[in-house]
Design a protein around this ligand. Structure first.
Ligand code: SF4
Ligand code: SF4
Length: 93
């Protein structure tokens, strides 16, 4: 098959958007509401960690499974969890 030297004008669309879930562990009450509402089991309570109020905070355990529905962000009573869509060219390391 012949190789084309033409380059596409636009980048190919991503298969699916990717998201970063950020948890402010000092602010988190460990109430587990975000775990209950997450449809993809992305979150867990970190029983090995205490914040300064001696509460176990939520942590992200399956970051690649997040679909960006923001259920966790909306339900969190202490506004401790944020969901951000990764933009092309964004450095999220
Ligand atoms: S945005 Fe949705 S899928 Fe992602 S962690 Fe929050 S509840 Fe789970
Ligand atoms: S809903 Fe908010 S306060 Fe409760 S465990 Fe999740 S991040 Fe922490």
């Amino acid at each position: 098959m012949l190789q084309s030297s033409r380059k596409p004008i636009l980048e190919a669309p991503r298969a699916h958007p990717e998201f970063i879930v950020t948890i402010l562990s000092e602010q988190c009450d460990g109430c587990e509401l975000c775990l209950e509402f997450c449809p993809r089991d992305v979150l867990e309570i970190d029983l090995d960690t205490f914040n300064s109020r001696m509460l176990h905070p939520a942590v992200v355990v399956k970051p690649d499974d997040c679909v960006g529905c923001q259920q966790c962000e909306r339900i969190c009573p202490s506004v401790s969890i944020f969901v951000t869509e990764i933009q092309e060219g964004m450095n999220h390391e």
